[in-house]
Design a binder for this molecule. Structure first.
Ligand code: IPE
Ligand code: IPE
Ligand code: MG
Length: 247
């Protein structure tokens, strides 16, 4: 794609995370049921994953279902779970062809058995792929993740496996669902909402945030390129001065 040439491949985010929001509003605007919005959202997922692989972004994390989303009407939750099973079955081929490794983060025990079964199969089939790690955040909540990590670390202290003084950032990282992922460099949220909604609170400490108005099913390759261009023009200072960064 011609436009992709305008992106500096040396300055790509290593870890891109996306809050895919706006499926419901997309459907409503067109007079459809919300579920049609989710189906079209799945097409946008496929498009985005393939583009990230093509561009050479090594880690992509997509917020697909939050712990809070369990509180939606049963009909919508059931439909989302069915859609997930269908997409996993259908897209395993795409993942293999593109050398993409699937990863899942969240409280997966809460997922229906049908989802867990399909997920386990795809995770196993793609585990040796190396081009891109696609993490799906499913039944994911960042506070819940931090609570679980805290409990595990406390148990290790109690059993003299680690000392209190040894607890540092890397120990915390190691106990998160994201232990095998680098920090997020760029976080995109679609649909015009400007909030984090309990997503990767620890991991986005120094991420660049990018909000755009487009509803998720309409998020195109051009929208992602625009976000990447903006990201590449940001100066990441990590507390230092601009002069220190540019010397
Ligand atoms: C995002 O779209 C998908 C999920 C949260 C599963 P929404 O369903 O939140 O769409 P809006 O925000 O109602 O438009
Ligand atoms: C966040 O979207 C979760 C996902 C995108 C999966 P929501 O639409 O559920 O977020 P809030 O509740 O409006 O903040
Ligand atoms: Mg929403």
């Amino acid at each position: 794609m011609k436009e992709e040439n305008t992106i500096n491949s040396e300055k790509l985010p290593q870890h891109l995370a996306i809050i895919m929001d706006g499926n419901g509003r997309w459907a409503k605007q067109k007079g459809f049921l919300r579920t049609i919005g989710h189906e079209n959202g799945a097409t946008a997922v496929k498009r985005t994953v393939e583009q990230c692989a093509r561009l050479g972004i090594p880690f992509l994390t997509l917020y697909a279902f939050s712990t809070e989303n369990w509180n939606r009407p049963k009909f919508e939750v059931d439909m989302l779970m069915k859609l997930l099973v269908k997409a996993l079955k259908k897209e395993v081929k795409t993942l293999q062809e593109n050398n993409i490794k699937l990863n899942a983060i969240g409280n997966l025990d809460l997922l229906p058995a049908t989802v867990r079964k399909e997920l386990t199969e795809v995770l196993e089939k793609t585990k040796n792929n190396t081009r891109l790690t696609l993490s799906l955040a499913l039944s994911y909540g960042s506070r819940n993740e931090l609570i679980e990590a805290t409990k595990e670390i406390c148990n290790k202290v109690k059993n003299n496996i680690i000392s209190v003084d040894a607890i540092d950032e890397s120990v915390i990282n190691k106990h998160l669902y994201t232990h095998n992922l680098p920090d997020v460099d760029l976080l995109i949220r679609t649909s015009g909402e400007q909030r984090i909604s309990n997503f990767l609170l620890w991991q986005i400490a120094y991420a660049e945030l990018y909000f755009c108005d487009v509803l998720w099913p309409d998020f195109s390759n051009e929208h992602l390129l625009e976000a990447l261009k903006v990201y590449q023009n940001r100066e990441r200072r990590y507390g230092k001065t601009s002069e220190q960064i540019n010397k």
